[in-house]
Design a protein around this ligand. Sequence first.
Ligand code: ADP
Ligand code: UDP
Length: 238
Amino acid sequence: MKAKELLYQGKAKSAYLTDDPDRLVLTFRDDTSAFDGEIIEQLDEKGAINNQFNAFIMQAIENEGIATHFESRLSATESLVKRLDMIPVECVVRNRAAGSLVRRLGVEEGRPFDPPLFELFLKNDALHDPMISEHHVEAFGWATRDEIAQMHAASLQVNTILSRMFADAGLILVDFKLEFGRFHGHIVLGDEFSPDGCRLWDAKTGEKKDKDRFRQKLGGVMDAYREVAARLGIVFDA
Ligand code: ADP
Ligand code: UDP
């Protein structure tokens, strides 16, 4: 399937129409943004690494019976996906306190949550992705109560699958963000799962192996992404 007209250019990925109205080509770029797009930099090879990382994770999730948009990887930086009617809500699962939760509630970074926390944010850079509740999602018509329940259940299932996978690789899955959409009326996981949208800490040393290295200017961002991928057994194309 060939990419045709550009449909949407996001901060890190571009979506192209194809001959099939139900399919898009997603291109993962090297652009890396933080703080709702205030900072944008190029990180060498990030597009290729995140595309292949995402393909591996989406396939693992799909194998466990969760519907995802992922169809196939087309090249180092491109994947074919189902075209979804995206729900403008970010679903965040937290196993430990970090990031905005620490700032919002003043808890200590690393505090564990059992059961995990589930939070919703409106996807809106101009408003800095404000936190919302499921009542806002329903009242504003972004998703129905049943769709919210499906996104909640799927997010927790993804957490169970990936927490185990990362634990086996010596990593703690601290938190992550998912985006869902509708495909012919069904809720399907879209967007991406990569170290850009999750927090991963080394289980022994606590060292950060995710986009916080970029946000906090710790350096070695792509080396950390490559290391995580290698620990999962992902082999990259050139
Ligand atoms: P952002 O929108 O945050 O700048 P990206 O650069 O990752 O982020 O852009 C990707 C865009 O494509 C996002 O708006 C995302 O919601 C959307 N998207 C992801 N997967 C799909 C899909 N399967 N169908 C339609 N849109 C998608
Ligand atoms: N996240 C994301 N995109 C966003 C906001 C958050 O991928 O627009 C991810 C982030 O990488 C982390 C989790 O969601 O893994 C929780 O993020 P948090 O609310 O702590 O916000 P942050 O401080 O990272 O902006």
